[in-house]
Write a protein that binds this ligand. Structure first.
Ligand SMILES: Cc1ncc(COP(=O)(O)O)c(C=O)c1O
Length: 364
């Protein structure tokens, strides 16, 4: 595939939509022109064709294999983004009371939606310190319909590093850390998220749902909201996001080809350690999240107070060296380097070198 050689190599630290493996993008580009030698584009085939059926089946099978998803869970791919799940979850599962742990903007949005359907108990929150940590030792009442957590907080760069024990059905928004580390699926009743970080392009939402949790609430459910519509029809109750599901399948194949989730996890830890070590060493910078809760995916840092005025200059300096997407979210400020699965180690090394070069210019 032709690429413009005059374009500087970019290091894509975007928070989402974000970097995908180059070979996946090349496969997707080829499939847009001619899907599997059919003489048709992936964009113009029927979702009911046997060719797309195979794509959906493969995507689901690979997801199951890579995450070791037990038989009694269904995997679905639907539209609407994780934000639609914020209300689909309570619509389907909240009869009287649900528990939520508030670890940032995305948790808050999920809480807001759930309140439309029943009582919501916010069991813990890290808002007192601008969501720079994950609340620990949270007491979870046994009378909840479910407990909702956000395992990786994309904006603040905090992450649960273990699968918590919950006496009630545990539901996790894994939008920004899906397939980045091994997860014990059996600890969760449902895992969901937008695909546009570690899985594929924007436009598809994944959900892994334990079969026994659905169909229990007393309210009437519109068909598109009812999880059973999608679970019982292999995500084909209506037209699924055909092209995103194709790209997801290719990304899952890529993860398998490089050694699966264990290998991805090894790479993610290596990348994160490299960057956090530089943030901790370099006198210009400091990390914003509590060390023990630091995300492997979204690495947030700011300039130390005495160098704060240099922040715009550093941004420009990094841009000139090909860094893309390192501006921190407005709620945190500073910088955020999102190091998703597909980000090569070389990009992290390039960012570290940029930080060191900038230090030489400004620290005497
Ligand atoms: C953790 C998390 N949850 C939910 C969302 C919202 O996802 P969507 O835009 O797919 O609705 C995001 C988006 O960045 C996110 O990072």
């Amino acid at each position: 595939m032709k690429t413009n050689k005059n374009i500087m190599k970019k290091h894509n630290f975007n928070a989402g939509p974000s970097i995908l493996p180059r070979e996946v993008i090349e496969k997707a580009a080829a499939a847009v022109l001619d899907f599997d030698g059919l003489g048709l584009s992936i964009l113009e085939i029927s979702h009911r064709s046997k060719e797309f059926d195979a794509v959906m089946d493969d995507a689901v099978a690979l997801f199951r294999e890579l995450m070791n998803i037990p038989e009694n869970y269904k995997v679905i791919f639907v539209g609407g983004g994780a934000s639609t799940q914020f209300f689909h979850i309570p619509y389907n599962l909240l009869e009287t009371k649900a528990g939520y742990i508030n670890t940032g903007v995305w948790s808050k949005k999920a809480i807001k939606e759930a309140k439309n359907f029943g009582e919501v108990a916010v069991l813990a929150s890290s808002e007192d310190r601008n969501f720079t940590y994950i609340p620990k030792n949270v007491e979870i009442p046994a009378d909840l319909d479910y407990l909702h957590i956000t395992t990786n907080n994309t904006i603040y760069g905090t992450e649960y590093h273990t699968d918590i024990d919950s006496p009630v059905n545990l539901i996790a928004d894994m939008s920004s850390d899906i397939l980045s580390r091994p997860v014990d699926v059996t600890k969760y009743a449902m895992i969901y998220g937008g695909a546009q970080k570690n899985l594929g392009p924007a436009g598809a939402t994944f959900a892994i749902i334990r079969e026994d949790i659905v169909g229990k609430v007393s309210r009437a459910l519109p068909s598109m909201v009812d999880y059973r519509s999608h679970m019982n029809n292999n995500s084909m109750y209506n037209t699924p996001p055909v092209f995103p599901v194709y790209v997801i399948r290719e990304t899952l194949k890529w993860i398998k080809s490089i050694g699966g989730v264990e290998e991805i996890y090894r790479r993610n830890k290596e990348k994160a350690e490299l960057l956090y070590a530089e943030i901790d060493r370099n006198p210009l910078f400091r990390g914003t999240a509590e060390k023990e809760d630091r995300s492997l995916m979204n690495i947030c840092f700011v300039m130390n107070p005495e160098y704060e005025a240099l922040a715009p200059e550093f941004m420009e300096f990094a841009k000139e060296r090909g860094m893309v997407g390192i501006k921190g979210h407005r709620l945190v400020g500073g910088f955020r380097a999102s190091c998703y699965n597909a980000l090569p180690k070389e990009s992290v090394e390039a960012l570290v070198a940029t930080m060191q070069e900038f230090e030489k210019l400004h620290v005497k």
